[in-house]
Design a protein around this ligand. Structure first.
Ligand code: PHE
Length: 454
């Protein structure tokens, strides 16, 4: 397709902002801190960072290459590159993953909107009649109506942005929201660090305890690394197709991944020193953000303002990621079925709301519905993050490493020979051997496939 007829990102910064908008999300601010909290703090961090380097960055770059070469969505790009082979199934798997993530991700993002409202209502200020944050959370997230309304709101906001298109909607909103998010996070981190006794929190985050590491922690770290970089969901292939031919994609992938990791750690710095300073426990799981932090805001001077900053921050992080997930589903509908953007967006958003309702209700009225002994929420999360994403990343690396003409890859990555690629052999070695082997080992071991070997 003619490059000019496709909507796309306007500049290098535009690409950076949009991809960061996708990558930085609940994964960084809600999930990463509680996973690190449960799995040994710094030990988890080290493993996580290793996965970002050897799997996340190469996989992100591979997707950019596939997308920009294919000039289409995640299904169409594979079709374009290898028309006669079934590799498009990997693209479809990505779209499925995006859809599944959309359903449960919008649940939590919806909760953050409720918390923005609670903060505005002064529930977290020390002057208000103190309410037990645990009860507030229990009461709210087990209901039916409110969480559903917030989920609907979240998806609608994202859909409105997607409607405006790639440059005006996605890029335009990210360029405003992402710098804002960074400023908020820095303010919160500084506040947390200057609380008395914050050193313990920093120790927790940066002093490794390797005794907590085991194969399921490794799988969780791998799942989190790919999840956090939005790998294997069709998002990066789709976004790759919007990147102009003159942008240096290696640089983009590298800087986005480092920034994403940095922001996750910064979220940890905003959270753990405060947690320790107020004598709370770091390993409270998913409730860390919705129970432990509100408890802290209640006791902090000016807590209500920090609460407001914090929950706006998480909501923004969540919504910008939902925008990308939605785009990954909308793009193939537009390109394959020649639907108008508004029709495609309405279909994708409508389906996400309909199915997402089950995940949202799995905390309340559908609490007793279990699949594989897990709630619907946990099943969707596990299925997407620990199965679809690692497998998707594996296949796309193997595709580019072994089944696609390496000369074409080099041509795309070097902008048709204009960029010098000193590290190209390293990249090829990683996508051929290191990354796929790493994923397989961690994946199979994590699922207990060869646990009988000890
Ligand atoms: N990367 C986002 C986060 O860390 C989540 C996400 C996954 C977004 C996959 C898009 C695609 O929260």
């Amino acid at each position: 397709m003619n490059q000019n007829s496709r909507d796309g990102f306007s500049s290098r910064f535009g690409v950076f902002a949009a991809v960061i908008g996708s990558a930085v999300g609940l994964g960084n601010i809600w999930r990463f801190p509680y996973m690190a909290g449960e799995n040994g703090g710094a030990a988890f961090l080290i493993i996580y960072f290793a996965f970002i380097l050897i799997i996340g960055i190469p996989a992100m770059l591979s997707e950019f290459i596939i997308g920009r070469r294919g000039q289409s969505d995640s299904y169409g790009s594979f079709k374009q590159l290898v028309p006669k082979k079934p590799w498009y199934l990997v693209g479809l798997m990505g779209i499925l993953a995006a859809f599944v993530i959309l359903t449960f991700y919008s649940t939590i993002t919806g909760w953050t909107l409720e918390y923005v409202v609670l903060a505005v209502k002064d529930v977290f200020s020390s002057t208000a009649a103190i309410q037990d944050p645990k009860q507030v959370f229990e009461h709210f997230h087990t209901q039916a109506a409110r969480p559903l309304i917030w989920q609907l709101t979240t998806i609608t906001i994202a859909a409105l942005v997607v409607l405006f298109g790639v440059r005006k909607g996605i890029e335009g909103s990210a360029k405003i929201l992402m710098p804002m998010l960074c400023v908020f996070l820095v303010i919160l981190a500084v506040k947390s660090l200057t609380l008395p006794g914050s050193v313990e929190g920093m120790k927790f985050l940066f002093k490794p305890d390797f005794s907590k590491l085991n194969s399921s922690v490794l799988l969780a770290a791998l799942g989190q690394a790919v999840f956090s970089l939005s790998v294997a969901t069709g998002v990066l292939i789709t976004y790759g197709s919007y990147i102009k031919k003159e942008v240096n994609m290696s640089r983009t992938a590298f800087s986005v991944s480092i920034a994403d990791t940095f922001l996750a750690v910064l979220a940890g710095i905003a959270i753990f020193p405060a947690v320790y300073s107020f004598g709370m426990q770091p390993d409270q799981g998913p409730g860390l953000v919705f129970v432990v932090l509100p408890g802290i805001f209640q006791q902090m001077t000016g807590g209500v303002y920090f609460a407001l900053l914090f929950f706006i921050l998480v909501a923004v992080a969540g919504i910008t990621s939902i925008i990308s997930l939605l785009e990954a589903v909308v793009a193939p509908l537009v390109e394959r079925f020649k639907l108008k953007r508004i029709v495609a967006t309405s279909i994708a958003a409508g389906l996400a709301c309909a199915l997402g309702a089950f995940t949202t209700l799995s905390f309340g009225p559908l609490k007793h519905v279990k699949l594989f002994n897990k709630s619907l929420f946990d099943v969707s999360d596990f299925f997407a993050s620990n199965i679809l994403l690692p497998l998707g990343a594996f296949f796309l690396l193997v595709f580019l490493g072994w089944f696609y003409d390496i000369k074409q890859t080099k041509d795309e990555l070097s902008n048709q020979g204009r960029l010098k690629l000193q590290l190209f052999p390293v990249f090829v070695f990683i996508i051929r051997f290191i990354a796929p082997t790493g994923i397989l080992l961690v994946f199979l071991k994590g699922l207990g496939v060869f646990s009988f070997f000890g």
